[in-house]
Design a protein around this ligand. Structure first.
Ligand SMILES: Cc1cc2nc3c(=O)[nH]c(=O)nc-3n(C[C@H](O)[C@H](O)[C@H](O)COP(=O)(O)OP(=O)(O)OC[C@H]3O[C@@H](n4cnc5c(N)ncnc54)[C@H](O)[C@@H]3O)c2cc1C
Length: 608
């Protein structure tokens, strides 16, 4: 795969990539804004045979083992939760990200994402959180930063779930801001170990975990990560939190009272805790988006069937226009999320596949490759959590009174997914990651934003080219985004970090463009007949329109920022030209009808 802009798509004939905008070499994080719209994006249609086989196997497990036990799992049945964890371990699913020599399967990031997506089809968000915490933040710090001894000692046990993993960073006084940890570590008098004291809160898997990755402020060194085993004297856990959702998962406080941790259990360098904390979360972010994707598809299926069964005013409610509109929104946003998640893991895999697995520093290089796509990882997290919440909200509404009853699936899904906007970095923090990275990349001249902002004039896309309107409109939105980013960096400089309203709008432009251009490229790749079918035409149109609507509103809101300054006033005229280029040459109601007729015929989401 190649996201650098060189492509063999037939639409390319109509929109040749502009060489000055197409960055050469491996893909760079956030670089999608400076590429032509039409580029080579990885999609699920390009899964290998092995990936498809794994997906089939995991789906089967989710539908046969998880789905029938959803209610038991939601009722906090620890024994059942762990039994299912051991079953997926036997299938090799807890070792996807663990290298083969340590008992794992050492597979690519695409497989790792599709596994969690497929598991989420079982409809138990609680169980998926347990799984995700274990394979993600509970295991990856050792994969990425462990030394040989630590990997040999812990990874085989984590792969087989003999040990369940947990990650303890948050404290009562340190949540989004982890710069001042109150948990302290000091060297023991015998010089052989460190003594850890303090309290962590909201620790997923806490009641069941055998191993905790604990972050503490080490005397004289600062934030340091430690591998702490459960049976260490002085370690205890509190009562289960009484939570709004994911009630079947374990969330407790962790109390450390002079817990003795051998020196060899320091993870990474003394004082090197911060990059470990952040890099592990980075992976958790796009994988949370993948889990949400499975959740959206599952809920869309049950809600479709309910709407076709429920008759009011003499007809199934599915056929009322106001209901169709909600379903179309669910399908389009799920398709956007689907396209964005696999574009992201495709970029990561592309970069990782260029590395030498035999090199001593291989894991370090993998970590850097993943960090390179921090913007895309945050996009996956925000898009996943907000799409899932929207889908769950529509589902509650379509179920009517039953949607408010715990007897039906939407209520639990609605409560369960609320946490997704809070953990793995709140969505506010993740939006800060996006505009913060763009600011840094612009100031360090890692991304040619200035050059991109100058090239704002729209290229002519021949009207008869495939998806000509979508490509032209997305290009206008892309240029609008680059222009606004550049103007904001010029106006605010480093202060952009504090101009959060503008920053969030810029992040939303980048998120929307990333997903919409992924979706349109995905459709462009289909064979001619499929691409021209009315349902894919509706998907392409509505995917683009969904983002354009947002871009319009944001462009409108950014006017005062641009107007406040002479540079901005010049940019405003450009902005107006860009906004004027965005219009809908079709009636969305017709497209909504096409898309929902197709949804009802198939009984659920079918763009897999
Ligand atoms: C069910 C559950 C499971 C969890 N699992 C784990 C786990 O396994 N391990 C772990 O270490 N932690 C875990 N957490 C903790 C979670 O990661 C934190 O709750 C989260 O990072 C937010 O921190 P906080 O709760 O302290 O909120 P705060 O940081 O106090 O934030 C409160 C609000 O202020 C906003 N805010 C804060 N700073 C800024 C800023 N600079 N700019 C703009 N807005 C800002 C936030 O976005 C948020 O809306 C879990 C939490 C829950 C509820």
């Amino acid at each position: 795969m190649n996201d650098s802009g060189t492509t063999t798509l037939d639409a390319e004939k109509a929109t040749p990539p502009r060489p000055s905008e197409a960055p050469a070499g491996p893909p760079v994080g956030g670089g999608f804004l400076l590429q032509p719209v039409v580029c080579d994006v990885f999609t699920r249609e390009r899964f290998s045979e092995e990936q498809r086989e794994i997906e089939r196997m995991v789906r089967e497990f989710a539908l046969e083992r998880i789905a029938p036990q959803r209610e038991e799992l939601a009722a906090h049945n620890g024994e059942l939760t762990l039994e299912l964890m051991r079953e997926v371990a036997e299938l090799g699913l807890t070792g996807v990200d663990i290298p083969e020599q340590y008992g794992g399967a050492g597979l690519d990031k695409t497989t790792s994402a599709l596994v969690v997506e497929a598991l989420a089809l079982g409809g138990s968000a609680s169980w998926v959180v347990t799984f995700s915490c274990h394979v993600g933040i509970g295991t990856l710090p050792v994969v990425f930063f462990g030394d040989q001894r630590q990997k040999e000692r812990y990874l085989p046990k984590l792969a087989s779930v003999e040990y369940l993993g947990a990650y303890a960073l948050t404290e009562p006084g340190a949540g989004s801001d982890i710069s001042g940890l109150a948990t302290k570590a000091r060297l023991a008098d015998d010089g052989e170990a460190f003594l850890l004291s303090g309290e962590k809160q909201y620790i997923t898997n806490g009641s069941w975990a055998h191993l905790f990755i604990v972050f503490a402020d080490l005397e004289g060194e600062g934030n340091t990560a430690f591998i702490v085993e459960r049976d260490s004297p002085g370690l205890s856990t509190g009562a289960e939190e009484n939570k709004l959702g994911i009630r079947g998962s374990s969330t407790v406080s962790l109390v450390l009272d002079q817990v003795r941790v051998p020196k060899e259990n320091v993870l990474g360098a003394l004082g090197g805790g911060m990059p470990i904390a952040l890099n592990s979360l980075n992976v958790g972010r796009y994988k949370l988006g993948a889990a949400d994707l499975g959740g959206c598809k599952q809920l869309l299926g049950v809600t479709t069937r309910q709407a076709l069964d429920r008759v009011q005013f003499g007809q199934p409610i599915a056929f009322f226009e106001a209901v169709r509109r909600k379903f179309a929104d669910m399908v389009v946003r799920t398709f956007l999320l689907d396209s964005a998640i696999y574009r992201t893991v495709g970029l990561m895999d592309q970069r990782i596949s260029a590395l030498d697995p035999q090199a001593d520093s291989y894991q370090k290089q993998v970590t850097s490759a993943l960090e390179e796509f921090a913007i895309e990882a945050s996009i996956g997290k925000i898009l996943g959590s907000e799409t899932m919440f929207r889908v769950a909200d529509h589902a509650v509404q379509i179920y009517g009174g039953n949607g408010f009853s715990e007897e039906y699936p939407p209520a639990e899904a609605y409560r369960d997914c609320r946490i997704d906007r809070i953990f793995e970095g709140t969505n506010e923090i993740n939006r800060m990651v996006i505009y913060g990275y763009y600011l840094k990349k612009a100031l360090m001249e890692e991304l040619p934003l200035r050059q991109g902002a100058r090239q704002w004039r729209l290229p002519a896309v021949p009207g008869d080219a495939p998806l000509a309107w979508e490509i032209g409109a997305l290009d206008a939105a892309r240029r609008l985004t680059v222009k606004c980013l550049f103007e904001a960096v010029s106006l605010y400089g480093q202060d952009l970090r504090n101009a959060q309203v503008v920053g969030e709008d810029l992040a939303d432009l980048a998120i929307g463009y990333f997903a919409a251009s992924a979706a349109v490229n995905r459709i462009l790749r289909l064979d001619d007949k499929l691409r021209r079918s009315s349902v894919y035409r509706a998907l392409a149109r509505l995917s683009t329109a969904t983002f354009l609507e947002e871009a319009w509103r944001i462009g409108f809101r950014l006017r005062p920022m641009l107007f406040a300054d002479p540079i901005g006033r010049r940019a405003l005229a450009d902005l107006d030209s860009l906004l004027a280029a965005m219009h809908l040459p079709f009636d969305p109601v017709d497209e909504i009808r096409v898309l929902t007729d197709d949804l009802y015929e198939h009984g659920g989401y079918r763009f897999d």
